[in-house]
Design a protein. Structure first.
Length: 526
């Protein structure tokens, strides 16, 4: 892009970012995401680090501006913020997380200097490595926001077989290598044409080998079974979708109606092995729900059923009270789980002493939860069934789920009512499907208003309920044994590969600088 007319390139970068989420649910046009990444590579080839960083930020602004637009719904509808204020806060959030794309690009330019702009292979390698670095960083920085990882767009493609081996980041690498290959073909052809030469297709083979290797491996591995069903009858399950309005969920006057709805919907399903209610289905602190819980305990024992329900817990200490977003499993024994990955502003307020009380959004009901302990045992079901529980946001963390998935089945309960009728619940559901694929286990997903579903070990939806309906999803799942490679290695192979690519770039820089220095020395001597 011409240095004196940067704005057309800036606008194109913003557009490239805005179309990126079209590869994800509910659209699933993964070729659009591939096109978006392909366009971004030349757009980042700028003459200064500042310009490169700006382009990275603009792409992130477009990407998150469309891809996480559901944040506005949460702030406006349920945070009671004026549309203008909700729009401003959404833009502020998007602008902040978009900075993740600016910093790595600027640093790479600083390290690589002119070689970043001049060398097509270096450009592609730097782009791929920096993108993977950003995606990995998003899984842990400031508790993490691992949303819109590129690999999710390939959930239903032939490369999906990589997921149980290396996880979603390997699918991201596959898509990035494809973008790199397409861009290199275009770059080589355009450079030759500019020089009035016949186009030669004798290109650097790195992106071609990488793309063919990844896509071919994914295709060959997609039918590989790393886990296997246990030799026991399938588990009969029922997941209740009560469709409680978010505005009434924590209303004390509506608690009785909420409980009665769950009991009514569950009435004909107490004969199943696992009966699952959604996140905070019992909107009462555990100690205050004892009469209800005693009744439910009797019911589970009489019917030989395990009830799994969301419920908030309280822990009293000498100085204060701590609250936990939790899951309770009731069968022949009672086990519980406290949520570990909390949603900023929804479950806790960063900089609470400053923000609490400024606007209603910072005072949402139950936004004072504490983080659960890192190591918690799985839930126990009937017949010694072990269950890995994940509450809402937790299922978007690949390594976290893989670490805790050495159980018979996976369960995630959620309340996507916060997102309204937006793309948010569909993106969230796609990530849950990826977790089932990475661990090759059945996953039961029970939500308040959708998407409630049963997902098989191939990441495919077996059955699901329509959004915004009351109903009960019934089906069966199999207890699985064994570990996928991803459960053992998690994302470390891709992280190490990224670091190796970074090291290769730095080595290339040193070699090039040495060559430049040598030439200058020779010229000076002559």
């Amino acid at each position: 892009m011409n240095k004196s007319t940067p704005w057309p390139g800036h606008i194109l970068t913003l557009i490239a970012g805005a179309i990126y989420p079209l590869g994800f649910s509910p659209f699933n046009w993964w070729l659009i995401t591939l096109l978006s990444l392909t366009l971004l590579i030349p757009l980042l080839r700028q003459p200064t680090a500042k310009a490169t960083a700006l382009r990275g930020w603009l792409f992130g602004l477009g990407m998150y501006g469309t891809g996480v637009s559901w944040v506005y719904v949460s702030i406006n509808q349920f945070g009671n913020a004026h549309p203008i204020l909700a729009g401003f806060l959404t833009l502020l959030f998007v602008a902040f997380i978009a900075a993740l794309f600016a910093i790595p690009q600027a640093l790479l330019y600083r390290f690589l200097s002119r070689n970043f702009v001049a060398n097509a292979v270096v450009t592609g390698l730097a782009f791929t490595a920096s993108w993977l670095l950003v995606e990995w960083t998003k899984t842990w920085l400031l508790t993490g926001f691992p949303w819109l990882l590129a690999g999710y767009s390939l959930t239903d493609t032939l490369v999906r077989g990589l997921a149980p081996i290396f996880g979603v980041l390997s699918l991201s690498l596959a898509l990035l290598s494809g973008a790199w290959l397409i861009w290199q073909l275009w770059f080589t052809a355009s450079e030759k044409l500019k020089a009035s030469q016949q186009v030669s297709w004798s290109l650097n083979l790195t992106p071609l080998i990488l793309t063919m290797g990844l896509w071919g491996s994914g295709w060959l591995a997609q039918n590989t079974n790393w886990t296997s069903p246990k030799s026991q009858p399938p588990l009969q399950v029922a997941a209740v979708q009560a469709n409680i309005p978010q505005t009434l969920k924590w209303n004390p006057n509506y608690v009785k109606t909420t409980i009665e709805r769950y009991l009514t919907l569950s009435e004909k399903h107490w004969n199943v092995d696992l009966l699952v209610w959604s996140e905070n289905a019992i909107p009462v602190l555990y100690p205050r729900a004892q009469r209800l819980l005693e009744s439910l305990t009797r019911q589970t024992k009489e019917t030989n059923t395990t009830l799994i329900t969301g419920i908030p817990f309280i822990e009293n200490t000498p100085t204060n009270h701590r609250y936990f977003n939790g899951i309770l499993a009731i069968s022949d024994q009672e086990t519980r789980y406290h949520k570990q990955k909390l949603v900023p502003f929804g479950e806790y307020v960063p900089l609470e002493s400053w923000l609490r009380g400024l606007i209603s959004f910072f005072d949402l009901p139950m936004s004072s939860f504490s983080k659960g302990k890192d190591s918690q045992p799985p839930l126990q079901g009937i017949n010694n069934t072990t269950i890995a529980p994940f509450i809402c946001y937790e299922v978007v963390y690949p390594d976290f789920v893989a670490k805790n998935a050495t159980t018979d089945v996976l369960i995630t309960i959620s309340n996507d009512t916060w997102f309204g009728d937006s793309i948010g619940p569909h993106q969230h559901f796609q990530m849950a499907r990826m977790r089932a694929l990475e661990t090759q286990r059945y996953l039961i997903r029970a939500t308040n208003d959708g998407i409630t579903a049963i997902i098989n070990p191939a990441g495919k939806t077996v059955k699901q309920l329509p959004q915004f309906d009351q109903g009960v999803l019934t089906g069966e799942v199999k207890a699985m044994a064994g570990k996928t490679p991803f459960m053992q290695w998690q994302s470390w192979p891709i992280i190490i590969l990224t670091l190796v690519m970074m090291a290769g770039l730095l080595a290339f820089r040193q070699i090039t600088l040495h060559e430049v220095y040598t030439k200058q020395k020779v010229n000076h001597a002559s």
